[in-house]
Design a protein around this ligand. Structure first.
Ligand SMILES: CC1=C(CCC(=O)O)c2cc3nc(cc4[nH]c(cc5[nH]c(cc1n2)c(C)c5CCC(=O)O)c(CCC(=O)O)c4C)C(CCC(=O)O)=C3C
Ligand SMILES: [Fe+2]
Length: 380
């Protein structure tokens, strides 16, 4: 049995989504609290959910991922009886605080989180760290002192990249020769990208690194032309967000004479609402109207290889935390991403001083802080 010491539990941490029509608006209010998203946009997004009976696919995707992660950790020799794997969300039940309380009751004091976001940005990294800090403070007030760390970003891992490459190869096989690849990710405000990672622009930079790694894995004689484009923009029109939108991009491809397109949701781990609505519904319809052959490549989230990669990163981090020197594989970009976020990484532009866990500067503000044994962040 390999141990995950010093960790006594693993937490799969995700976004959450509604599962019934009357849960949609309360969910959207949780997501957008204090974020200045126009009411119009909320009503529009609630329509997307109602289009699918008020049920987001994301929770079911996470239930499957949880089962796969347990299976892969067990296969790596982890005893799940003594090191349980929990699942919690930012915006919908099961909520992070409740799940951590349950873990504490079962004896967990140090927890390792696996976040369902492959890339660094405020939304995909620091916001989860802030949620964890808030949960840990709430629990500390109840006399429950815990510490949570987070595995490094995994956009550069085999188990994330390979299922995408395999699916693209298959998609291209069903399209006319010379078809293009449109990698798609969630648009974010330009300012959020500017502030991503320790040195800025890490959101777009790491996406490009992942796209390049995927394209080079296709093993095709002629490398297809590709672009990185965006979906799910939501802020006011006056605020610049990453562009172009996938819909405009499809029109531009048609105009340029592209014979077809594989749409690849490389920014997303699973087929959640952005994928099934923005891509499989909206973008598909635009492609049909343009008479542009269109296939959508799979996300990695359901692949056994993906859960295997996450399990390997969990085992790696536990070893690092024990002071060992584990291998740190990285298959995209200049090297492995850091384990512990440096101060200011993926800054919160509205509230820069908001406490965030899993960083060098995190101290539990009340009670006895749990002893910090984290290694210095690895610089890139
Ligand atoms: C980078 C990023 C990821 C990827 C990283 C990760 O996976 O975390 C992501 C994931 C997701 N985003 C999701 C849903 C929503 N995101 C919204 C709003 C926003 N997302 C943003 C960014 C991201 N979002 C941003 C900058 C906003 C603006 C408001 C704000 O600054 O917070 C809104 C509000 C309405 C709207 O404006 O669209 C909703 C409903 C769901 C669940 C889908 C389901 O239910 O299946 C998932 C997985
Ligand atoms: Fe989002």
């Amino acid at each position: 049995m390999s141990s995950l010491k010093p960790y006594d539990a693993v937490l799969l941490l995700s976004f959450g989504g509604p599962e019934a029509p009357d849960e949609v608006m309360p969910f959207l209010e949780n997501v957008t609290r204090g974020r200045g998203i126009p009411r119009e946009r909320l009503l529009e997004v609630s329509e997307h959910y109602q289009h699918f009976g008020g049920r987001s696919p994301i929770n079911d995707e996470n239930r499957l991922l949880l089962a796969n992660l347990r299976e892969q950790l067990a296969a790596a020799g982890v005893d799940l009886e003594t090191t349980p794997v929990y699942w919690g969300n930012r915006n919908w039940a099961p909520f992070t605080t409740d799940v951590l309380r349950e873990a504490h009751e079962a004896g967990a004091r140090r927890v390792l989180a696996v976040v369902t976001s492959a890339y660094p940005s405020y939304s995909g990294c620091r916001q989860y760290r802030e949620d964890l800090a808030e949960a840990l403070v709430t629990l500390a007030h109840e006399g429950r002192s815990m510490r949570v760390d987070k595995i490094r970003h995994y956009f550069d891992q085999d188990g994330f990249l390979q299922p995408i490459a395999d699916s693209i190869r298959e998609g291209l096989g069903s399209l006319p020769a010379g078809s293009r690849i449109a990698f798609v990710t969630h648009s974010i405000p330009d300012a959020m990208d500017d502030a991503s990672g320790p040195d800025g622009n890490a959101y777009t930079t790491t996406h490009r690194q992942a796209c390049e790694a995927v394209v080079s894995r296709l093993g095709l004689d002629t490398v297809p032309e590709w672009d990185l484009v965006y979906c799910s923009r939501s802020g006011p029109p006056s605020q610049p967000w990453l562009e172009p939108d996938i819909g405009d991009h499809l029109a531009a491809l048609k105009q340029a004479g592209a014979p077809g397109v594989v749409c690849v949701p490389i920014g997303f781990v699973s087929d959640h609402m952005e994928v099934v609505f923005d891509l499989d519904t909206e973008a598909l319809e635009i492609a049909h109207d343009l008479d542009l052959p269109f296939v959508r490549a799979a996300t990695s989230g359901r692949a056994a290889a993906f859960a295997q990669t996450l399990a390997a990163l969990v085992v790696e981090r536990a070893a690092a935390e024990r002071g060992e020197n584990p291998d740190r594989p990285s298959k995209a970009g200049p090297g492995p991403w850091h384990d512990v976020c440096p101060a200011g990484c993926c800054a919160n532009l509205r509230n820069p001083d908001k406490p965030a866990a899993c960083g060098v500067d995190w101290v539990l503000p009340i009670d006895k802080p749990v002893q910090s044994g984290s290694p210095a962040p690895v610089s890139r």
